[in-house]
Design a protein around this ligand. Structure first.
Ligand code: GAL
Length: 345
């Protein structure tokens, strides 16, 4: 995005959408945040708290497949623990980021064994998948929890295809530490990191993974100490690392914050709220989940992905995807109700 002045970019994105909501094949080309998004079969997309992996020219979107009824967990009287049955992890594929085909549930929920992490009565959130070039495996990490969120652990699953059935390997508290909201980051040198809210969500840990991406190495840093940051989304741009996080207010939106570092493990410098426009003080009524690098003929650009949670009907939570704009080292995310994804590719 660094190649274009901000005003030109925004004008381009918005103007294109006035005339071109679909292309010649009648496929969608625009992203309309906050509306119901349907897959190519016409069913609403059910992939919350997710992330996207680009592999062999295809984008794979993995997310929480939420059950269709939401209830207040009676085991948790002291905070708004709205939840649904965990339906496993879904996968959708697309070549254009607008038209998504449902590939199925790639990590199945367990229907009978109540002791399994994957039992539908438990919590399965924020899945992320990265490809390991050395082992040829697709590796998924996700937040697994008990129905009252006291387990605070991370689960790992693997598959030899991006859209095949993942095999669950089990869960752990990484480095012996609590782990809830999480993401993964694979750096250019092939090293991968697990980034998770720890210490009762007070401090964010960044943990170097083993070469096969299946285990923590024991080498980790404590970041944003006692600042209660959640929903981490991390990316690299011009040799700097960027991270967007939310505050800690359950399903309710709060103000986003971004930070910059010279190394994934830190030190991270907090820069402030990147959001601009309607509801920017509450992250456009949403919460960060992932930043997708898009490599096109306009250079590297990035889409910030957020979830607009509907806490009393969680399956109807919506997606908010917006382009990131750089001004020097600073980043901005402007509210756009509809924009043409081809304008940034
Ligand atoms: C949020 C978190 C979500 C979910 C929710 C439960 O803070 O980001 O992923 O865990 O709490 O209330």
């Amino acid at each position: 995005m660094k190649y274009y002045p901000v005003y030109l970019l925004l004008a381009g994105i918005v103007c294109t959408t006035i005339t071109a909501c679909t292309d010649k094949t009648n496929k969608a080309t625009t992203i309309k945040s906050g509306t119901v998004w349907h897959d190519t079969g016409g069913t609403p997309i059910n992939a919350h708290g997710g992330g996207i992996m680009h592999h062999d020219g295809v984008y794979y979107w993995y997310g929480e497949y939420k059950g269709d009824s939401t209830y207040w967990n009676p085991n948790v009287p002291h905070w708004e623990c709205y939840r649904t049955e965990a339906g496993g992890i879904s996968c959708y594929s697309s070549k254009d980021l607008c038209n998504w085909t449902f590939e199925g549930i790639v990590l199945e929920p367990e229907m009978t064994d109540t002791t399994s992490d994957l039992h539908y009565s438990h919590v399965l959130e924020r899945p992320k998948v990265i490809y390991n070039d050395k082992t040829g495996q697709f590796v998924m990490w996700l937040h697994v929890d008990s129905d009252d969120y006291s387990k605070a652990a991370a689960g790992v699953a693997v598959c030899d295809k991006p859209d095949g059935k993942f095999t669950y390997l089990g869960s752990m508290r990484p480095n012996g530490q609590m782990s809830r909201d999480m993401t993964l980051f694979k750096d250019d040198d092939g090293k991968a990191y697990h980034i998770y809210s720890s210490e009762q969500n007070a401090t964010l840990h960044i943990s170097l993974l083993s070469d096969d991406y299946l285990h923590p190495t024991g080498h980790y840093t404590r970041n944003f100490i006692n600042r209660h940051r959640e929903a981490p989304a991390i990316f690299k741009h011009d040799q700097k690392y960027y991270m967007i996080t939310s505050g800690c207010s359950g399903w309710n939106p709060n103000q986003a914050e971004y930070a910059i570092a010279d190394s994934v493990l830190g030190i991270w410098t907090v820069k402030g709220n990147p959001c601009i426009g309607e509801n920017s003080g509450q992250t456009f009524l949403a919460q960060s989940t992932f930043v997708l690098p898009v490599h096109g003929d306009k250079g590297s650009t990035y889409i910030a992905m957020f979830d607009r949670w509907n806490k009393t009907d969680l399956i109807d939570s919506r997606y908010v995807w917006l382009p990131i704009i750089f001004k020097g080292e600073s980043m901005e995310i402007h509210w756009l109700p509809e924009w043409d994804v081809n304008a940034i590719k």
